[in-house]
Design a protein around this ligand. Structure first.
Ligand code: C2E
Ligand code: CA
Ligand code: CA
Ligand code: CA
Length: 280
């Protein structure tokens, strides 16, 4: 038993070593990927759940690595967050989305759509965030009112007064604020009414495990009622089935996104499948 114990310790040790090496390799590769511009923006449609009308997109980063192929955000975002590289990735995302929006506004008349962009905790800790946003808006010529920034619930509580100040500065630029993954973090019910937010996003975990009358159904119902009281719009994430859609409609949820409508798509696909039909 002793020998076995020692052995398994060794295996564990070796595994930890391999993990550490993998992380370091990934970190180096993310740095290179930034230099070589291997990141791509995908856009997932957000629709009006009652009429099915397209109202905007969520921008989601994709990494097309020459050696690894498509790497999912779930694999590299956590390491990018730990190493601080997420700040550069998100700056690149913000700039690229602004450029894309200027292009779409030029080529598709009456382009009324908004694009949501994700921010990490690291991004909002940067003293230069507002300055960087101003510079990008000035350089690309985009107005803030086409942009929504998504901030997760758990990022808000760190320093609530500082966060409110930051969000207010964003609102001054006509940028909208979305509270992402709502319901999964610490309860921010105490100060939710103080936040200058425009909408809440109900996390996919609630939507996917919803059954009429069960606990998740109740949670979704409560979030929608709460949002209505606070005057916030609600976006349901991860809608995959017509049944989920029907329940969300019943509960009065206005907006949603999910594979039932569309997966995230490359900008080229957005143009050929969505923009030409509706807006040209
Ligand atoms: P999120 O912000 O909650 O984004 C929604 C995720 O749900 C996306 O995963 C999207 O592809 C996925 N999704 C959408 N509809 C469905 C559905 O019907 N079923 C299922 N199973 N999944 C659906 P993705 O693109 O893999 O991104 C994962 C997470 O990585 C995001 O979660 C976000 O937290 C983070 N992320 C992605 N792009 C960025 C970025 O540019 N910056 C930052 N800071 N984080 C990002
Ligand atoms: Ca999001
Ligand atoms: Ca989300
Ligand atoms: Ca989520």
């Amino acid at each position: 038993a002793k020998a076995q114990g020692r052995n398994s310790y060794k295996i564990f040790d070796a595994q930890m070593h391999t993990q550490a090496v993998n992380r370091l390799t990934l970190e180096t590769e993310i740095r290179k990927a930034l230099e070589r511009e291997e990141f791509i923006v995908y856009y997932q449609p957000i629709v009006d759940l009652l009429g099915g009308r397209l109202i905007g997109f969520e921008a989601l980063v994709r990494w097309l690595s020459p050696t690894r192929g498509f790497v999912s955000p779930g694999e590299f975002i956590p390491i990018a967050e730990e190493t601080g590289l997420i700040v550069q990735i998100d700056r690149w995302m913000f700039y690229t989305v602004c450029q894309q929006l200027v292009n779409w506004k030029t080529n598709f008349t009456h382009f009324p759509l908004k694009v949501s962009i994700n921010l990490s905790a690291q991004d909002i800790r940067q003293a230069s965030l507002i300055e960087d946003i101003d510079r990008t808006l000035a350089e690309t010529g985009l107005e803030g009112n086409s942009i929504v920034l998504e901030i997760t619930e758990s990022m808000l509580i760190e320093d609530i007064d500082k966060t409110i100040d930051l969000l207010t500065q964003l609102k001054d630029r006509k940028i909208q604020i979305s509270i992402d993954d709502f319901g999964t973090g610490y309860s921010s019910l105490n100060y939710l009414h103080r936040l200058p937010a425009d909408n809440l996003k109900i996390d996919r975990s609630f939507v996917s495990q919803m059954e009429e009358g069960n606990r998740n159904y109740q949670v979704v119902s409560t979030i929608i009622a709460l949002s209505n009281q606070l005057g916030l719009a609600v976006v349901a994430e991860g809608i995959e089935t017509p049944q989920q859609l029907q329940w969300l409609q019943q509960l009065g949820c206005e907006l949603g996104q999910g594979y039932l409508f569309s997966p995230p798509l490359a900008s080229q696909e957005i143009e050929t499948h969505l923009l030409k039909e509706d807006y040209e």
